[in-house]
Design a protein around this ligand. Sequence first.
Ligand code: PLP
Length: 395
Amino acid sequence: MKINDNYLKLKDSYLFSLIAQKVNEHTKTFPDKEIIRLGIGDVTLPLVPAIVDAMQKAVLEMGNANTFKGYGEEQGYSFLRKAICSYYDKKAVLLNEDEVFISDGAKSDLGNILDIFSIDNTVMIPDPVYPVYVDTNIMAGRRIIYINGNIENTFLSLPDEKIKADIIYLCSPNNPTGAVYNKDELKLWVDYALENKAVILFDSAYEIFIRDKKLPTSIYQIEGAKECAIEFCSLSKTAGFTGTRCAYTVIPHELIRNGIALNKLWLRRQTTKFNGVPYIVQRGAEAVFSDDGLSQIKDSIDYYLENARIIADTLIELNIWFTGGKNSPYIWLKCPDEMSSWDFFDFLLDKAGIVGTPGAGFGSNGEGFSRLSAFGSRENVIAATQRFKMFELKN
Ligand code: PLP
């Protein structure tokens, strides 16, 4: 018996536990000081009424012999896949229902999709990045090439013809940097992928935050993308489903490699290893895409975006370099006074009672940066920005 010793190559994921430990110590030492958490990547607003109503109705259906549901289709109920197709129609992206797969989370799908790719593929991952892309490939033993995000490219890496890869991860709007690709930039990636017969894994978990009509909210708004990209999206940030769990993955029929449609491989994988998302949750998810649902979640997203704007305006006033803060719930700032990510974390906590997330936790290019999130309450965001202004911070 041999274990998968690739797991031994993983770095300890100490980021959030170390943050919690430091915050606990701080609270013990200064029990009266109020802490403001701007580090959280979790939503705080509740599910909107349209979703709650739909789930309540579904609970009643499950308690009635005439409407009770047992196992559903592994790839999701048709009513939800249709609702997602109609959401894509509004983006001028036409999808067939069987190109949409429902799951319990984008995190699971992003990890599980690797089942359909050989371990001989080389993957290309931006740095800094959502750590799941890196760790799932280390677990499988794949070769990883990192591409640099930095101030010069505003954390939006572009393809380099000299660097070849088979699988490319892109996330826009980005976690952790909040940066968003425009259509021309995404077109460069699509052209690169088509040219190299690579596959783009496009994570659009934060697409709902895009308000600038010129920016793409789906990679399929780029010509040629259906032949080279899989799109992952989630209701976690879209509609507050972090605890309810529902996401979707799109694999267009046009995406063919080695003569095989990847859609077919994923369907085979899902029907073998996955048994679907609860009916009640899928009814709640369907309600997200109804007129009422979309208008109610817009109010929640508006609230987070306004928080982001308040933080961004403060950084502009203080002359601190940042990306994000627009079309995204994240603000990625350069730590003032050449501080390291953790030094700035300690500074913010000790001097201002604010908790951020050290950029170094998202990859080596994140060193010297910090991520703030807009998922807190308005009151806390305003209080935090007032505390920021008390210091002589500069880049
Ligand atoms: N992708 C990105 C970029 C994320 O930031 C997150 C969650 O924070 C996810 C995917 C995971 O989404 P889910 O809750 O659907 O698993």
